[in-house]
Design a protein around this ligand. Structure first.
Ligand SMILES: *[C@@H]1O[C@H](CO)[C@@H](O)[C@H](O)[C@H]1NC(C)=O
Ligand SMILES: *[C@@H]1O[C@H](CO)[C@@H](O)[C@H](O)[C@H]1NC(C)=O
Ligand SMILES: *[C@@H]1O[C@H](CO)[C@@H](O)[C@H](O)[C@H]1NC(C)=O
Ligand SMILES: *[C@@H]1O[C@H](CO)[C@@H](O)[C@H](O)[C@H]1NC(C)=O
Ligand SMILES: *[C@@H]1O[C@H](CO)[C@@H](O)[C@H](O)[C@H]1NC(C)=O
Ligand SMILES: *[C@@H]1O[C@H](CO)[C@@H](O)[C@H](O)[C@H]1NC(C)=O
Ligand SMILES: *[C@@H]1O[C@H](CO)[C@@H](O)[C@H](O)[C@H]1NC(C)=O
Ligand SMILES: *[C@@H]1O[C@H](CO)[C@@H](O)[C@H](O)[C@H]1NC(C)=O
Length: 908
């Protein structure tokens, strides 16, 4: 029986629809599987801002961050990178990564960057997502060891695992060589120290690698040679911020495809930056800053300039020890946009060819040893935005020509730490500059005697610093009318006069420094935003405005010292809750200190000395100032007892209550001043150093004071004994109790104050012997015990024998022995005058001793100054640290700005 054609057709139809049905079921189930996988994945995550709120309904291909294959509907990309990484962390995905991802069989792209997985390990199952071509887990706070399973991702082109939790590391890096297609590898911030010996050989097996980012990987050595170079496609190499301390190895110079090379923030050393580096003619960016590279730069720049068509856009050699002149060939680097040479030892002047760098946008030459006058060709750099020439020894005259075409200039900084002025701006009063600056920082250059009129159209200024500029003028009306809103206004160390209007406007946390001028009239007050205000050393008169604390509530530093202010201290100062420094000394302020200390917990410096303040010292001063380091109330009219609350100032290092009318006893609880038992904490003086660093050298000089623990109660009416407890303050450097009515004996344990350099107990009524323990005060170089009732033989051993000035002891009728001429009797008492008996042996001997001591004294005198620095290692460090810090401050200001501009991180 044959089948009819109809039934054949029917069979065919059934077959086909059966197949279709099966296909549909299969497709349907894969869609179902992928959807379930995504939902499981979502469920394991925490999503505080609801970034995955679109992950509902059937069509997952429309869910945010999910991309499907158009034809099959399979998920191929998952991009869950945090779109707002720099706003609040609410946008971070957290939680766990569900292995359901393995059900997305076609996934080729995963980006989970900028989320926060709280230090969990990168899941090992990622190694099974074998279709992956792109994996980005950058800054997603994974931690621990990176699983070698990632080596199974043989299709991977991009792998970015940079900047995870700071414990992220590898045990073994050899799996990298399995990623044979890899074009991009970023392991920034991952600790690769366990792979230190072979990491380079491993990445060198990747023939397609075009970008290799390994900054901050704790790599310590960069092998000096490589047998063969296999990563011949390399165009970017970032090895910054590792520990390399060799010379730059030669194989690097054969990477002729390199366009970007970053070796900054290592310890590379090296004779010359070899010419070979100049052969890398494809370079667009060369970053060598923050290394220890020495030698001449001239040949290196010459060789760079020989590239037929230089592409170099960024050349950063900053913070090395390079020297030599900048050669004229610099002008051939036609595409240069950023030239950063700061903080080196470059010499000579700026080559004239600088004018050829028509693309140059940033020029940083600060802190070198360059000199000479600035070439006028600089004025041709029409693209220039930032000009930074500070801390060199420029001289000569700057004219309009220097700025002629700088129409894009926004920032200029030419300052020196030293007050010597060697550069003069000679600019005619009707010149109108082509630029609108936002930032001017000029110190120790002559701009005066007139206030520079070329500022007249600079209406976009944010920072204006014209310190020590020989300006003898009033601030002109047009300046106030510019209606600037400034973050920084400094015109200190000029001879500016006239009143200061209240009409200026400032940005949040602004700094204003008008110190050391001849400004007059009432103290200016500006609303709200100023945070550091220095008006010291002017001719301001009248009272401190009563509402100062309410008008400028952000103040952290207020220095109005050395003016002619009178009236009382306004209560509203107590509203300055952020105040750290308060200096109102050397005025004519009177009345009592208001009891306003309760809300100023950060105060660490108070100087009210040399006024006419009266009343008793407020009790609350000690109760509410956990940070106070320095309290100076010298030369006022305070009366009454020293409040024992002072003893609770645990961080106090300098207490000066001298020249007042304080009476009663020295509170024995002074022995609790624990700040005087430890070395001064120099770091904490920063705020004041800032004050200091903004001035010139003259101001720096009293800096030493801040490094000495000191207690000065002299010239009061204090009575009673010197409390024995004071001898527990064993890091005290200065103790001055002179000119009081103190009685009793010098405490026997005075020798415990082994760091004491100055001890003045003169003009009291102290009696008894000089304690023998005094001889152990080995740093003592200033001693005064005169005009007391001390008796007995003066101890002479050790340091005391170097203090040979008899006036130290004069006015103590019962003291005897050297260096007084009064001889002692055998029982230690005073002998009858035997001046005439000098001729006997004993006399000769003492004379000899006297000469020896003079000679010795010379050395010791020397030692007293230098010895302090040599012996007291901590102080020495602190002192040089301090000096260094001043420099850093200055450089810091510059480099901070620079790095902000470039968006670069500083080595921490
Ligand atoms: C999907 O199709 C659209 C429109 O045809 C096209 O623009 C898009 O590139 C395709 N996407 C993929 C991943 O193939
Ligand atoms: C991934 O998502 C981020 C944040 O939404 C977005 O900025 C980025 O362009 C996306 N990347 C791709 C390749 O679509
Ligand atoms: C990975 O993500 C980060 C942050 O979103 C991004 O900056 C980086 O360029 C990405 N890496 C790659 C290779 O695309
Ligand atoms: C993936 O890598 C691990 C570790 O390198 C290895 O043990 C494992 O066999 C690999 N898995 C596959 C499927 O290749
Ligand atoms: C580099 O390439 C050469 C030639 O292709 C090959 O013999 C050598 O094994 C490769 N070296 C490495 C470290 O992959
Ligand atoms: C370089 O660093 C290594 C590893 O830290 C150290 O052992 C070596 O002494 C250093 N060499 C120099 C010249 O500083
Ligand atoms: C940098 O080099 C100088 C001079 O060669 C050397 O004295 C100094 O120790 C080096 N510093 C570091 C951190 O290697
Ligand atoms: C200033 O301080 C006083 C006393 O503590 C307080 O009563 C007043 O409310 C404060 N004023 C402001 C504006 O904070």
């Amino acid at each position: 029986m044959a089948m009819g054609s109809g039934s054949l057709q029917l069979l065919f139809l059934i077959l086909v629809s059966g197949l279709l049905f099966l296909e549909t079921i299969k497709l349907g189930s894969s869609i179902e599987i992928e959807k379930k996988a995504l939902l499981k994945f979502k469920d394991s995550l925490t999503d505080p801002s609801g970034r995955l709120s679109s992950w509902v309904g059937e069509n997952y291909c429309t869910w945010s961050g999910v991309t499907c294959n158009n034809k099959t509907g399979n998920v191929i990309e998952l991009n869950l990178s945090n779109p707002f990484p720099h706003s609040s962390n609410i946008h971070e995905l957290r939680g766990e990564i569900n292995p359901s991802l393995l059900d997305l069989k076609h996934l080729s792209y995963i980006d989970l960057s900028m989320n926060n997985f709280g230090g969990i390990q990168i899941p090992t199952f990622f190694g099974s997502l074998t279709k992956l071509r792109y994996l980005n887990l950058s800054s997603a706070s994974f931690g621990g060891t990176i699983p070698p399973n990632l080596g199974n991702l043989s299709s991977l082109l991009y792998l970015d695992l940079s900047f995870q939790f700071n414990d992220s590391n590898v045990n073994d890096l050899r799996w990298i060589s399995s990623l044979s297609s890899l074009k991009y590898l970023n392991l920034g911030g991952v600790d690769l120290s366990k792979a230190a010996s072979y990491w380079l050989q491993t990445v060198n097996t990747l023939p397609s690698l075009s970008e290799l980012h390994m900054p901050q990987c704790a790599l310590l050595n960069l092998p000096p040679s490589l047998p063969s170079i296999n990563f011949t496609s390399l165009s970017l190499l970032d090895l910054s911020n590792n520990g390399f301390n060799s010379t730059i190895p030669h194989w690097l110079f054969n990477l002729s495809t390199l366009a970007q090379l970053d070796l900054s923030k290592n310890y590379f050393i090296g004779g010359q930056l070899s010419r070979s580096l100049g052969k890398l003619c494809n370079l667009q960016m060369l970053q060598l800053s923050y290394n220890n590279i020495t030698g001449e730069v001239t040949e290196f720049i010459n060789s760079l300039s020989r590239c037929p068509d230089s592409r170099l856009e960024t050349l950063d050699l900053g913070n090395n020890q390079l020297t030599g002149n900048l050669p004229n060939s610099l002008g051939f680097l036609k595409n240069l946009q950023s030239l950063l040479l700061r903080n080196n030892l470059f010499k000579g002047s700026i080559p004239n060819s600088i004018g050829n760098l028509s693309s140059l946008e940033e020029l940083y030459l600060s802190n070198n040893q360059m000199m000479g006058s600035i070439p006028q060709n600089l004025g041709q750099l029409s693209s220039l935005v930032v000009l930074e020439l500070s801390e060199n020894s420029w001289e000569g005259v700057v004219t309009e020509a220097h700025f002629a075409n700088l129409s894009n200039l926004r920032e200029i900084s030419i300052f020196k730490g030293s007050p010597n002025i060697s550069m003069i701006f000679n600019i005619s009063s009707d010149w109108i500059p082509p630029f609108k600056l936002t930032y001017i920082n000029i110190r120790s250059c002559q701009l005066g005697p007139k206030f520079p009129t070329w500022l007249r159209n600079q209406s976009e200024l944010n920072t204006l610093v014209l310190n020590n500029a020989r300006i003898s003028d009033t601030l002109p009306d047009w300046f106030w009318k510019l209606d600037l809103q400034l973050s920084d206004l400094e015109v200190s160390y000029n001879t500016l006069s006239g009143p200061v209007p209240n009409s200026l406007r400032f940005n949040d946390f602004a700094n204003v420094d008008l110190s050391s001028n001849r400004f007059e009239g009432p103290l200016p007050l500006w609303s709200s935003n100023v945070s550091t205000l220095y008006l010291r050393d002017n001719l301001f008169v009248g009272p401190v405005p009563l509402d100062i604390g309410e008008v400028m509530p952000q103040l952290t530093d207020l220095d109005i010292s050395r003016n002619f202010l009178n009236g009382s201290i306004p209560l509203s100062i107590g509203n300055l809750t952020a105040l750290t420094n308060l200096a109102i000394s050397n005025n004519y302020l009177s009345g009592e200190i208001p009891d306003f200390w309760n809300d100023m917990p950060y105060l660490y410096y108070i100087d009210m000395s040399n006024n006419s303040l009266s009343g008793s010292i407020p009790n609350s001063i000690g109760e509410s100032m956990p940070s106070l380091l320095i309290l100076r109330l010298r030369n006022n009219s305070f009366v009454g007892n020293i409040p024992s609350q002072i003893c609770t100032l645990a961080t106090l290092h300098i207490l000066d209550l001298s020249q007042n009318k304080l009476s009663g006893i020295i509170p024995p609880c002074f022995g609790n001043l624990s700040g005087l038992k430890i070395d001064p904490d120099t770091n904490r003086y920063e705020g004041h150093l800032q004050v200091v660093a903004k001035g010139i050298i003259l101001v720096y000089q009293d800096s030493n004071l801040y490094l000495v623990n000191s207690l000065d109660l002299s010239n009061n009416n204090l009575s009673g004994d010197i409390p024995e407890e004071l001898t527990g303050l064993f890091k005290l450097g200065t103790l001055n109790l002179s000119m009081n009515h103190l009685r009793g004996k010098i405490p026997g344990k005075i020798g415990n104050l082994e760091w004491l350099e100055t001890l003045d107990l003169s003009k009291n009524k102290l009696s008894g012997p000089i304690p023998p323990s005094m001889t152990s005060l080995t740093f003592l170089n200033h001693l005064n015990l005169s005009y007391n009732d001390l008796s007995g033989k003066i101890p002479t051993s050790n340091q005391l024998q170097t203090l040979i000035d008899p006036s130290i002891y004069e006015g103590n009728l019962a003291l005897c022995g050297f260096p007084l001429t009064t001889k002692c009797t055998n029982d230690g008492g005073q002998a009858p005058n035997r001046d005439k008996e000098d001729t006997n042996d004993e006399g000769k001997f003492e004379k000899l001793l006297f000469y020896i001591t003079i000679v010795l004294g010379f050395f010791v005198g020397f030692w007293g100054v230098c010895g302090t620095l040599i012996i007291k290692k901590h102080w020495r460090d602190a002192y040089f640290h301090f000096l260094g810090k001043l420099k850093d401050k200055i450089i810091g200001l510059v480099s901070l700005r620079a790095s902000c501009l470039q968006g670069k991180l500083d080595r921490a």
